[in-house]
Ligand binder design. Structure first.
Ligand code: GDP
Length: 362
């Protein structure tokens, strides 16, 4: 699956957030084929379009798609030197596909701050430095190895060496590799390294209940994120934990009291999903209406493969109706009558929201 790792200094609210996320989540026993560790949560991706489709199709079941969040506790200054079980945590981050960096933007005298004061930019720098140092080590090793290959005249090695040296200088300057905006070829040359600071990253600003506005700590994070071209999601983790704890009926009431349409967690999940480069297509039958995840750019056969590898192997064609057309024309028959039903071949690139039915050989 696609994993978003939750990182941050101790006491910033990571576990509070992770627990709220997994409370809304799915029992691990429903997923016999994946090994789920206690720090991994499978979380349904909230999507109002599912409800809309269900109103039209009246299915027996409604199944959201899911994504994984991983709680990566314990990253502290010195981790890259193996301090505080540092290497294990860095290894955990290496296995994720994107990073949600939780930053403390709330004051609370009862909650100890590891650095003694609430200072999100310093906190971010501590984490980013550890990740950059870990990457620097990987890059320096790779430079030694690649220099030997380049000496023997290998052209790709020469290209790679030049790039690695640029990356090293960039990391030396304290910048994450993702800020270099490498093109596909360059990314290809770097892919074996599994760098940490190359992963797409968002900031989650954890604020106090009344800290969504007039909060200098939050403003500082927003400014930094803007410079880095990163997304900031603002939440109050302790309220999210309270919401997640409530029964569904009470939830709606509590949200209304807060003037919210949905839990802030939904924004965290959707942002994580898009950070991972994922989007959704639907299958809509009377048995079930279901959302499926594909990578942006995935073709119809690849989408079919998400349901079953046989669907991909035996792929013939995909019947496709765009989500808006499906809704506007009140389902498959209406969309067909309006000329909005299409048959697509193996090169078709799935669009977000496509309602699909696959034809395949067995
Ligand atoms: P972690 O070490 O980053 O996983 O942090 P925790 O989630 O364990 O939170 C550390 C402490 O901060 C706990 O006592 C939480 O109850 C508290 N905490 C977390 N989020 C908030 C928040 O939004 N507001 C306040 N006031 N306290 C919070």
């Amino acid at each position: 699956g696609f994993k978003c790792g939750i990182v941050g200094l101790p006491n910033v609210g990571k576990s509070t957030l992770f627990n709220a996320l997994t409370q809304a989540g799915i029992e691990a026993q429903n997923y016999p084929f994946c090994t789920i560790e206690p720090n991994v949560g499978i979380v349904p991706v909230p999507d109002p379009r599912l409800t809309k489709l269900a109103e039209i199709v009246n299915p027996q079941k409604l199944l959201p798609t899911t994504m994984e969040f991983v709680d990566i506790a314990g990253l502290v200054a010195g981790a890259s030197k193996g301090e505080g079980l540092g290497n294990k945590f860095l290894a955990n981050i290496r296995e994720t596909d994107a990073i949600a960096h939780v930053v403390r933007c709330f004051d609370d005298d009862n909650v100890v701050h590891v650095a003694g004061k609430v200072s999100p930019l310093d906190d971010i720098e501590v984490i980013n430095t550890e990740l950059a140092l870990a990457d620097l080590e990987s890059v320096e090793k790779a430079i030694l190895k690649t220099a030997k290959e380049a000496k023997s005249g290998d052209k790709t090695a020469k290209l790679r060496l030049t790039l690695l040296e640029q990356v090293r200088d960039h990391l030396d300057g304290g910048q994450p590799v993702r800020a270099m905006q490498l093109d596909a070829d360059q990314l290809g040359l770097m892919s074996g390294l599994h760098l940490l600071t190359i992963k797409p990253t968002m900031y989650i600003a954890n604020v106090a209940e009344d800290g969504f506005e007039n909060n200098p700590a939050l403003d500082a994070v927003k400014t930094l994120a803007e410079q880095e071209n990163a997304v900031v999601v603002i939440i109050c983790a302790s309220i999210e934990a309270e919401i997640a704890d409530l029964a569904d009926a009470d939830k709606a009431e509590f949200l209304a009291e807060l003037g919210l349409e949905e839990p802030g967690l939904n924004r965290v999940i959707r942002s994580g999903y898009s950070l991972l480069g994922l989007h959704t297509y639907f299958t809509a039958g009377v048995k079930e209406v279901r959302a499926w995840t594909v990578e942006i750019g995935a073709t119809a056969p690849e989408g079919a493969g998400v349901i079953h590898t046989d669907f991909q192997k035996g792929f013939i064609r995909a019947e496709v109706i765009g989500y808006d057309d499906f809704v506007q024309f009140n389902g498959e028959q209406g969309a067909k009558d309006a000329g909005k039903w299409r048959l697509e071949g193996k090169d078709y690139v799935i669009k977000d929201g496509d309602v699909m039915h696959f034809r395949f050989n067995v």
